[in-house]
Design a protein around this ligand. Structure first.
Ligand code: NIG
Ligand code: FE
Length: 415
């Protein structure tokens, strides 16, 4: 049945050129006051002023009355680690007592503690426990999430996580875009022979992941004490040979050359970038790499150094914002919280932040033609937020405004 969404105080469409938005374009949201939208077959058929849409409504049309609230496209979260077992609440407490993220990692905690628990879980157990996070994303207004593996670090455990992601994509209403992050850390048993782990990644894991079509992207944690730029280059180059797109965890904890590497490889994205300098920003611009900024992880680690978002926007980069949802450095699935941090700490205007969280994020996942804005022909992923001015979604922070989430024109039902 066709659907008409009416009585939207603001229908925030983000209609615009069919490419990622840069510079001043990031402030143009194409808002329709007192707007309405027609949806058929799960796709946006038309957006417009209430009168214009009402004239087109047929008798068999199902009407969704937004009640004078705001309608936004579903958020597209382009960087998350949403499949893991257990939590790291103990480390949260240790950090409050003064331990740093790096000290905890060096003593066997951090990523490796989540790896131990994730290895011990079956695929069924992971799917069952991570449905909870699917619901959280949908509840806060996110309709597509990028999902990295990376807590298995063995062939079978990485495949298990990627298969769990595939099942979550088909069994829940949230859409997942899978990325292989076997190079998230060097696992315990390879610590004394890291070269053998890089060989395992290149010779066995990547070919298998590609053969089973379990991932669209490959990511590497390029950082001091994790993977060097040389190792990252080898892994990512091999991934490209298997047809995978490239993403890089770059310059998160130090200026380790990750942004330069992403530029050299013409990766799709370079993510984090807290320590990236002007030369790194220029390199990203020259190479057309999209920066994915993750202020939730800076905040949750209690750090103070946020990425240079203003310089990136001024340099003409198509900035993206994402949650980095994971049990260690960023335990939040909330894009509204990320939008709030973007305006308070990255000095992005609310409009720039929303563009970064929707249409630019969609392009960074190779899905700019189907999601990220409410335009004719795109999938009808939209959310009714309980406010009259869309900026309140981030301005009043610490609560969720999303009242109803729709994926491909269907209401999301939450338990
Ligand atoms: O993006 N930096 C590496 N990976 C994650 C943290 C993962 C974890 O601590 O479990 C991040 O911040
Ligand atoms: Fe991450």
């Amino acid at each position: 049945m066709p659907l008409a969404v009416v009585n939207c105080s603001q229908l925030v469409t983000l209609a615009g050129p069919a490419r990622p938005r840069v510079g001043a374009e990031m402030r143009e949201l194409s808002i329709i006051a007192d707007g309405a939208m027609l949806v058929s077959d799960g796709t946006v058929e038309r957006v417009g002023a209430r009168r214009e849409i009402e004239a087109l409504m047929s008798g068999d049309c199902e009407v969704v009355d937004a009640g004078g609230r705001v309608v936004l496209p579903g958020f597209v979260d382009a960087h998350a680690h949403p499949v893991f077992a257990g939590t790291r609440v103990d480390e949260y407490e240790l950090r409050a007592l003064g331990a740093t993220y790096q000290e905890i990692a060096a003593s066997g905690g951090g990523i490796r503690s989540t790896v131990r628990r994730t290895r011990a879980a079956t695929e069924d157990e992971l799917v069952a426990s991570c449905r909870r996070y699917s619901e959280w994303f949908l509840r806060t207004g996110t309709t597509t999430v990028e999902a990295k593996s990376g807590y298995g670090l063995s062939l079978e455990d990485e495949l298990k996580i990627l298969r769990a992601i595939r099942r979550l994509d088909s069994e829940t209403q949230l859409n997942y875009v899978p990325s292989f992050l076997g190079a998230h850390d060097v696992p315990e048993e390879y610590r004394a022979r890291r070269e053998a782990y890089v060989a395992l990644l290149i010779e066995e894991m990547l070919p298998r992941v590609a053969e089973e079509k379990l991932a669209e992207y490959c990511d590497v944690f390029c950082e001091e004490k994790v993977f060097t730029t040389d190792e990252s280059w080898r892994i990512l180059s091999e991934a490209r040979c298997h047809g995978l797109g490239l993403r890089v965890h770059a310059d998160q904890l130090s200026l380790s050359g990750g942004a330069q590497l992403a530029a050299e490889l013409h990766a799709q994205t370079a993510d984090h970038l807290e320590h990236t300098d002007a030369a790194g920003i220029n390199a990203l611009k020259e190479a057309g790499v999209q920066p994915v900024l993750l202020p939730g992880s800076v905040y949750a680690l209690g750090h103070t150094r946020y990425p240079a978002a203003r310089e990136m926007i001024e340099a003409g980069l198509a900035v993206v914002l994402a949650t980095d949802f994971n049990p260690g450095s960023s335990p939040t699935p909330s894009m509204p919280i990320v939008l709030s941090l973007a305006s308070t700490h990255l000095r992005m205007t609310p409009a720039e932040a929303l563009t970064a969280a929707t249409v630019n994020a969609a392009y960074s996942l190779g899905r700019g033609d189907s999601i990220g804005s409410l335009e004719t022909g795109k999938r009808a992923d939209f959310v009714i937020h309980d406010c009259a001015d869309w900026r309140e979604v981030a301005y009043f922070f610490g609560l969720e405004h999303a009242r109803a989430t729709y994926v491909a024109g269907r209401p999301v039902t939450l338990k």
